[in-house]
Design a protein around this ligand. Structure first.
Ligand SMILES: Nc1nc2c(c(=O)[nH]1)N[C@H]1C(S)=C(S)[C@@H](COP(=O)(O)OP(=O)(O)OC[C@H]3O[C@@H](n4cnc5c(=O)[nH]c(N)nc54)[C@H](O)[C@@H]3O)O[C@H]1N2
Ligand SMILES: Nc1nc2c(c(=O)[nH]1)N[C@H]1C(S)=C(S)[C@@H](COP(=O)(O)OP(=O)(O)OC[C@H]3O[C@@H](n4cnc5c(=O)[nH]c(N)nc54)[C@H](O)[C@@H]3O)O[C@H]1N2
Ligand code: SF4
Ligand SMILES: [Mo]
Length: 895
């Protein structure tokens, strides 16, 4: 890390989730960066979650791409840019504009996104630009457009605080939008009337604040909300004036919903008639209802219908756009919304305009003064990679996303990149599985080095601001695109001198011939100076020219962006969920854990964030596990026709029977066989093109190995040649889970990882199949290994602690070989509070001694008193709901 002389505090925004928290970053003289929540930012008012507060630990340069590379060899920018521009131009000349593609990301800034979209749609003249938002928000976009005529999020975060009923559908808010969750927690504590309902097939950390958890059958949300619509009609909870004045399609939607037959709906959704009636009655009686939805809704082959089934209930009750009322899509990525604003999806135009609308096309083309304009939709993500695989796409530029790990049928995506003649990748790290497929690798400026804007879930635009000098040759994404565009012959249109200039053009386009006809309008910012751009305060759109700050909600009094100004209720029917056969009898559900971000290229760098869950796992119900002969801590194979992973079994009542949940995060960088998207089916929603990443029929099988092991190592191991491994950073070194098929391989593995100079101590109990080896260099532990013929139950936290503690005398060394903490050093258990490294055993012990509340636990252990991300888990330990929290419990076996 570069030492920094300028230690001024900079206001910026967290680069992780769509909550969009403000961050104060202060570079320190020693090269580190102090990170705090910005007390003035209206998204977080000073709070940060575990990921946000660990940002300073992700800034090391060891893995960074620092120079452009062509064919794996270092080169300079002119050569790399010439090659990209020439190859794209030649391919377009020879095969037409539809033969090239950009695959971008909700994690680039609005300015990067704007120029990428402009180049593809206005200058190349095709619409083959799509984004990872296709995997994330496409069904919400499609649902909004079907209902409102525009992709508008009507409400704000305040609505989640001021409602009396918050319904969270397919959203694990506690782990995925933690600061928003904390705002809800605080509001609930203040308003004893407030109720929270969680609709999710599995019991998540979010259920800690739920008054009711509806663990529905996967993919039956449409039946649930259709039933609700019928119930609202039966119980006179509709707003007929709103329906008449501001909507179309009510009768058809109600007819499609069918009668409110609780028993039938119970059958369809797998819920009890009692829970259904409770839920429906709560909604019916509570005008101030907000329904938040996220990936359990969007990532489904009927995701768009789910979105509209939810929105229908709000339109029919007029509960929209007023304080404490409305449907609310929680966006995932920091700039998913900004990407939608510039039109980064293959089926959108710029500034929320529609590609299929000839007036919009003419408007954008005249504003851009561009030679062409895309006439029809381009390829959506899944189809784009299919086209690369079968030769239709001949050149692709991937920017700020890791599709070899995050797209469904991920091995097919890898094959597509191998097949595609020209692959450009702009990324920040060599430790992303996609970069090895690049013909040209472009080093991008990372968070802290780049400038621009992002838009959060509540339409709030905030600055991301640089506070670190870009290392090596890295350059911002917008610069890379503009340089290529200029070399392709479009000098004038891409002659931007910085992000402020791009932002001005984007703002001007949003207001161009708008006159209130389009929702997205930030033209008040079209003349912003560079200085003002740097001082820009977070604001919510719309911000029209000449208008002061107006109300920030939409649609309380209608005013939809359709020809007649009315919204549509969409007639939707519950489709039969995909059939499960004998070969693949389980539903694979996938998603997130608290402390990792996507493909772990940043969170996987920190020991703090890796201490919460350090290994890929499959969460399964005890009855399913028993039937399949799987015990807690076994290794299991999860397999579909596309591929298979091997992960650790976590057997828990929280899982839904028949479903297995595997996190999306693990890649080839961190596990031998953990890329779950290699297993996930590429079926998509027919309306939105979004993959159904939460539903793939799979089989489960115990994978037996001859030996199992756990090791802590002070050096990062190179390639591990063994049947199973999972690697994570620990304070002072690394931790590795291991398994293999030949007992004889153990010795070679130990030798290769400890080196020849280490002083070894060994322990062996052949009868029990136990073997332990530890090696020291001087007083420092080089590594310690714990092997057994069953998954080993050694305390992970204790073993990791050995890395940091010098072992000077022989007794200390023998204690290491004993494989358990000495009696005077209690085992803290799996880490729950990553800020203060407090384990589940410590929390349980505090509870046993009388700490009855999360606050009391905080007072005696500090746990939960910094970022607060773990408070719902602490609550669950107090409730003894989560008996097992993470790795220890999965590994722990009798003895
Ligand atoms: N810690 C962390 N936070 C993140 C991210 C991260 O990687 N890590 N990523 C960010 C991004 S990009 C996104 S998109 C968001 C995602 O945020 P969320 O959508 O909250 O997260 P997921 O875990 O993907 O899925 C949410 C839940 O959907 C449930 N689900 C599965 N099938 C169904 C179903 O049929 N119906 C219903 N109702 N629910 C179902 C799953 O069991 C899961 O608990 O998180 C953002 N925040
Ligand atoms: N099975 C399953 N699959 C899923 C999901 C799921 O729930 N289940 N969720 C889906 C969702 S919602 C999402 S959003 C996607 C996320 O999937 P991805 O977008 O593939 O995941 P990330 O790990 O965030 O990848 C971001 C990449 O950009 C790089 N990067 C970071 N900053 C910059 C920058 O400033 N410039 C450039 N050029 N590169 C940068 C990072 O190093 C990393 O390689 O995954 C999807 N895939
Ligand atoms: S909730 Fe956490 S990850 Fe999301 S923006 Fe805020 S600090 Fe970042
Ligand atoms: Mo996402």
């Amino acid at each position: 890390m570069t030492a920094f002389s300028n230690t001024k505090t900079v206001k910026t925004t967290c680069p992780y989730c769509g909550v969009g928290c403000g961050v104060l970053a202060t570079p320190q003289a020693d090269g580190s960066v102090d990170i705090k929540g910005d007390p003035e930012h209206p998204a977080n008012f000073g709070r940060l979650c575990s990921k946000g507060s660990s940002l300073g630990e992700t800034l090391s340069l060891d893995d960074r791409i620092l120079h452009p590379q062509v064919g794996g060899k270092k080169t300079d920018w002119p050569e790399a840019l010439d090659l990209v521009a020439e190859t794209f131009s030649r391919t377009i000349q020879e095969h037409g504009p539809d033969s090239v593609a950009f695959y971008v990301s909700g994690q680039i800034l609005t300015e990067d996104y704007y120029v990428a979209n402009k180049l593809m749609k206005g200058f190349i003249g095709a619409a083959n630009i799509d984004t990872n938002s296709r995997l994330c928000m496409a069904s919400s976009v499609a649902g909004h457009r079907r209902a409102f005529g525009s992709d508008t999020v009507p409400g704000t975060y305040e609505d989640l605080e001021s409602c009396d009923l918050l319904v969270l559908v397919g959203s694990n808010l506690a782990w995925c939008h933690p600061v928003l969750f904390q705002r809800v927690e605080a509001a609930k504590a203040e308003n004893p009337q407030m109720r929270v309902v969680v609709v999710d097939p599995r019991e998540t950390a979010t259920c800690a604040i739920a008054d009711l958890h509806l663990a529905l059958k996967p993919d039956t949300d449409v039946a649930l909300f259709n039933g609700l619509l019928a119930f609202l009609a039966d119980t006179d909870a509709l707003d007929h004036a709103y329906i008449d004045q501001h909507t179309n399609g009510f009768d058809e939607a109600l007819a499609a919903a069918g009668p409110c037959e609780i028993n039938r709906i119970a059958e369809e959704t797998g819920l009890s008639p009692r829970d259904l009636a409770t839920f429906y009655t709560m909604v019916s009686r509570t005008p101030r209802t907000v329904t938040v939805y996220s990936q359990g809704v969007n990532q489904s082959v009927n995701g768009t219908d789910k979105v509209n089934a939810i929105i229908n209930t709000h339109l029919a009750t007029g509960r929209i756009g007023c304080p404490g009322m409305g449907p609310f899509s929680a966006t995932g990525q920091p700039n998913a919304m900004g990407g939608r604003e510039v039109g980064g999806l293959a089926n959108m135009l710029a500034a929320h305009m529609a590609i299929e609308n000839p007036d919009h096309r003419a408007l954008v083309q005249s504003f851009w003064n561009s030679p062409v304009i895309a006439e029809r939709q381009g390829l959506k993500a899944v189809d784009m990679f299919k086209a690369a695989r079968d030769g239709r796409i001949k050149a692709i530029w991937i920017m700020s996303t890791n599709p070899v790990d995050s797209l469904p049928d991920a091995d097919g995506v890898a094959a597509a990149l191998k097949a595609c003649p020209f692959v450009v990748v702009s990324d920040v790290t060599h430790a992303a599985d996609t970069v090895v497929y690049a013909d040209v690798l472009l080093p991008a400026a990372a968070w802290g080095e780049k400038d621009g804007t992002v838009t959060n879930s509540e339409r709030r635009v905030s600055r991301q601001t640089s506070f670190l000098a870009p290392p090596g040759d890295v350059r911002a994404d917008w610069w890379q695109i503009c340089e290529v565009a200029r070399r392709m012959g479009f000098e004038t249109a891409f002659d931007f001198d910085g992000p402020a200039a791009i932002f001005r053009e984007h703002a001007a386009l949003s207001g161009f011939r708008n006159d209130g006809s389009r929702d997205f309008d930030i033209s008040a910012y079209r003349d912003l100076s560079g200085r003002d751009f740097d001082r820009m305060q977070p604001f919510q759109w719309p911000q029209r020219t000449g208008e002061g700050q107006r109300t920030t909600r939409f649609f309380a009094a209608g005013g939809f962006f359709t020809a007649d100004g009315k919204a549509s209720l969409v007639a939707v029917k519950q489709a039969a969920p995909a059939a499960l056969g004998k070969r693949y009898p389980f539903v694979l559900n996938t998603g997130r854990v608290r402390d990792h971000w996507h493909t772990m290229t940043r969170t996987g760098k920190t020991a703090r964030l890796s201490s919460h869950i350090a290994e890929p796992f499959a969460e399964l119900h005890p009855e399913d596990a028993a039937l399949a002969g799987i015990a807690a801590a076994d290794l299991v194979e999860v397999k579909s026709p596309h591929g298979a992973v091997i992960v650790r079994a976590q057997v828990t009542e929280r899982a839904r029977k028949g479903s297995v949940f595997v996190p999306m995060h693990w890649t080839d960088q961190f596990a031998s066989n953990g890329r779950i998207d290699a297993v996930v089916s590429a079926e998509v929603d027919p309306v939105s093109g979004q993959p159904g990443s939460k539903f793939t029929p799979v089989s489960l099988r115990k994978r037996s190995f001859d030996w199992y092991g756990f090791a802590v190592l002070c050096e990062k191991p190179g390639a591990l040649q063994t049947g199973y491994w999972a690697l994570a950073p620990a304070y002072g070194g690394w931790r590795v889970e291991l398994a293999g098929s030949k007992r004889d391989d153990i010795e070679g593995l130990v030798q290769s990882l400890l080196g020849e100079d280490a002083e070894l101590l060994r322990f062996e109990d052949a009868g029990l199949g136990l073997q332990r080896v530890a090696g020291w260099t001087g007083d420092t532990l080089s590594g310690a290994f714990f092997f057994g013929s069953e998954p080993v139950s050694v305390s992970r936290q204790w073993a990791c602690g050995l890395l940091a503690a010098p072992s000077t005398d022989r007794q200390m060394r023998l204690d290491v070989l004993a494989g358990r903490p000495p009696a005077d050093m209690p085992d803290k258990g799996a880490i729950v509070c990553s800020c203060f490294q407090v384990g589940c055993h410590e929390i349980a012990a505090a509870a046993a001694q009388g700490a009855a509340t999360v606050r009391a636990v905080g007072e005696c252990l500090k746990a939960g008193t910094n970022c607060g991300s773990c408070r719902s888990e602490i609550q669950s330990i107090l409730d003894t709901k989560f008996k097992e929290t993470s790795d220890e419990a999965r590994i722990a076996r009798a003895g």
